[in-house]
Design a binder for this molecule. Structure first.
Ligand SMILES: Nc1nc2c(ncn2[C@@H]2O[C@H](COP(=O)(O)OP(=O)(O)OP(=O)(O)O)[C@@H](O)[C@H]2O)c(=O)[nH]1
Ligand SMILES: [Mg+2]
Length: 320
């Protein structure tokens, strides 16, 4: 469990994990959080023998923290290694679902927001749509049949982590999550998803910003270019141009604030996005795109339409 400034969340999440299962040990990987999360973790470790702490010198990002955590676990005799956020987004009460699927024979289990039965509570529509569309794009571009490639709630058989070159992973945005899943699939591991309910953090501050999403999609496009045909490259370029245009215009962090003060803004945003997408894909040669990319385009347009309907509905409701 990576932590950066989670001093309020850590004791809560640890209690919930210990209450949910007696099958696991916990490793907290803290990057010298200024709020004292590391010291809090030591306190908890002194009381609970299941808890261990790795202190790193400074904030080096999530991937570096995971590498340290995986190395720690692989150096010991754990057969299954899980990853989970400390901010309460991943419910410890659902850990059993992931572990049960490992028992059923899976090599990597992803706690998925976007399979049937999966859920995201409390996310503003814009963030939900961005994440869902982004994941759709990643899956289609890489040809992987996983709905939630960027999910951070996972259980690995140790062989998967041993089989992946963790040092070769991409450090752009949160894309290393997708990178790991993609490499596991390519290596022939049995990757499955189980539906989970993802809850937005209520305490502490987010370390995420819109540039992460942009970076991630751009990185995936690069892989697709390397791995797939020239045609797919064209498709990916079209989609990426569209995504970047939208992201630039949306100034996502501000968007969230605007959304609260003026719901019309999002309707306009989405409406324009929808128009643009339709224009792009009707006039910029969508018929020249391969089937996969064109399906991705349709999905994006469909999502914008759906978002528009939802936002409309919300506005009407809020005025009623
Ligand atoms: N060790 C370490 N942990 C990190 C770092 N960045 C984020 N984390 C932790 O990784 C987990 C996920 O980060 P979050 O800040 O929740 O990112 P997110 O889930 O994408 O965004 P929000 O939940 O919306 O804030 C949390 O437990 C964070 O404390 C880091 O640089 N180092
Ligand atoms: Mg989070």
């Amino acid at each position: 469990m990576p932590t950066y400034n989670e001093v309020e969340n850590l004791p809560l999440i640890v209690d919930r994990i210990l209450a949910a299962t007696d099958q696991v040990d916990i490793l907290v990987v803290d990057d010298n959080s200024p709020d004292g999360t590391g010291a809090k973790a030591d306190e908890l470790a002194a009381v609970h023998e299941e808890i261990n702490v790795v202190h790193r010198e400074g904030k080096e990002g999530l991937l570096a923290a995971y590498r340290a955590g995986f190395d720690w676990a692989l150096a010991r005799d754990y057969s299954v290694i899980c990853q989970m956020d400390a901010d309460g987004s991943h419910a410890p009460e659902e850990l059993q679902l992931l572990l049960a699927e490992i028992d059923n024979g899976a090599d990597l289990v992803i706690g998925s927001r976007y399979v049937e039965g999966g859920e995201v509570t409390d996310w503003p529509r814009d963030r939900y749509l961005l994440s869902k569309a982004g994941n759709k794009y990643i899956s289609l571009a890489l040809g992987d049949e996983v709905a939630d490639m960027t999910a951070g709630y996972r259980a690995f058989r140790r062989e998967v982590l041993e089989g992946i070159d963790l040092d070769a992973l991409s450090d752009k945005g949160y894309i290393f999550q997708a990178d790991i899943a993609h490499r596991a699939l390519k290596a022939g591991f049995d990757v499955r998803e189980v539906p989970v309910t993802f809850t937005d953090r209520t305490l502490g501050e987010s370390k995420l910003d819109a540039s992460f999403a942009a970076e991630s999609l751009s990185e995936v496009t690069k892989w697709a270019v390397v791995e797939k045909s020239e045609l797919l490259r064209e498709g990916a370029k079209e989609l990426w141009r569209f995504a970047r245009y939208e992201l630039d215009r949306s100034r996502l962090p501000r968007w969230k604030r605007d959304l609260e003060s003026s719901p019309e803004l999002i309707v306009n945003m989405i409406g324009e996005g929808s128009k643009l997408a339709r224009y792009e894909f009707n006039h910029a040669g969508v018929n020249k795109l391969p089937a996969k990319a064109s399906r991705a385009a349709d999905t994006l347009v469909e999502m914008f339409r759906e978002g528009l309907k939802l936002a409309d509905h919300e506005i009407k409701r809020s005025r009623a």
